[in-house]
Design a protein around this ligand. Structure first.
Ligand code: FAD
Length: 303
């Protein structure tokens, strides 16, 4: 680890050994990771990734932690945080380039300020641009694949340009989602969007409308990970199935199927990852028994 901490110091990245991940995910659960590195730039990310991938250290990248489940036992490896310190945004004509750690909120505001339309759907999604591209986040008939044109990623510590055509973006999925060997998934450093000029008042009107729909429907007073399950089929909604099975309000420990939106499991206080996963498992079992639909978890378990 000496060489790794030397690289962090060289690039002015803060790092913490045995760091709690509870404050780095929006469900507020989970144990510690071996080392947390707060990445400040693409150059720093490349240098760190080159080193840890060369010597085979287990690692993962997180953004705002709004779609990950951190086990109570924690994560035995290095977590690279791509967030506030790695979040520059530049606008050039209709193109907007965001560092991976930029929040969707700041990306939406930058687009609005520049009279550029295309990201309104993302207003209110509490992720980073990198996390959102990895998950192909979407809402209200829009998704990342509609606006993105390319990204720069780390491929074993070397920068690689990836056009949209090579991202395999589909419903909450992409080439960036780690499969069996996490170390082989490309890590997103920068994302370029192609947006469309539009009157800022119109853009803002749409953003306000979508935010209102969100706040009216979603249990935003409690920690959550958004939708706990993916849609099991194109026109079948997990929330509707869960409601139909009478599971609203079902709880295990501090984890509860939200009364306000049955697609969300919320942390009503002191929930553990085990509470969340046990409850999610029960929901999956009952929904399958009663409806024949298999629900798949949307957030990724970091393990
Ligand atoms: C209240 C609430 C509402 C939500 N509403 C929506 C919604 O409407 N639509 C929707 O799609 N989602 C929604 N979500 C889920 C979540 O906000 C999105 O998936 C978001 O885009 C995840 O971004 P993140 O930065 O938090 O990613 P994280 O949770 O940190 O990570 C998610 C995944 O992306 C990977 N990742 C993160 N950054 C990078 C990177 N730079 N390079 C490579 N991989 C990376 C991680 O390893 C992990 O596998 C909601 C969540 C909450 C809590």
């Amino acid at each position: 680890m000496n060489k790794l901490t030397e690289i962090c110091r060289q690039y002015s990245c803060d790092f913490t050994f045995d760091a709690s991940l509870k404050d780095y995910n929006t469900f507020k659960i989970g144990g510690n990771c071996s080392l947390l590195i707060d990445i400040v730039s693409a150059e720093a990310a490349l240098a760190v990734l080159k080193h840890i991938e060369n010597i085979g250290i287990k690692h993962t990248v997180i953004g705002n932690g709004s779609n990950i489940i951190v086990p109570d036992e924690g994560y035995y490896g290095v977590v690279l945080l791509f967030k506030n310190k790695f979040s520059d945004i530049t606008v050039n004509g209709n193109e907007m380039e965001c560092e991976a750690g930029a929040s969707l909120k700041s990306a939406c505001l930058a687009a609005l300020e520049n009279g550029l339309s295309g990201l309104e759907f993302a207003w209110g999604i509490p992720g980073t641009v990198g996390g959102a591209l990895c998950m192909n986040a979407g809402a209200y008939h829009g998704e990342m694949s509609d606006a993105v044109v390319s990204a720069v990623c780390s491929d074993k510590g070397e920068p690689r340009f990836i056009p949209k055509s090579e991202m395999a973006l589909s419903y909450r999925n992409s080439v960036f989602v780690p499969r069996s060997d996490e170390n082989t998934a490309p890590k997103i450093l920068k994302v370029t969007f192609n947006l469309t000029p539009k009157a800022p008042e119109k853009i803002e009107e749409r953003m306000n409308l979508l935010l209102k729909l969100r706040t009216d429907k979603q249990p935003l007073d409690y920690p959550s990970l958004g939708s706990t399950f993916k849609r099991p089929a194109h026109d079948v909604f997990a929330a509707a199935l869960i409601q139909e099975c009478g599971l609203k309000g079902m709880s295990i420990g501090g984890a509860q199927v939200s009364w306000k939106h049955s697609g969300f499991i919320v942390n009503t206080g002191g929930a553990t990852a085990k509470d969340l996963l046990t409850l999610a498992g029960e929901v999956q079992r009952i929904v399958f028994e009663k409806t024949g639909h298999r629900l798949e978890l949307e957030p990724r378990i970091i393990e």
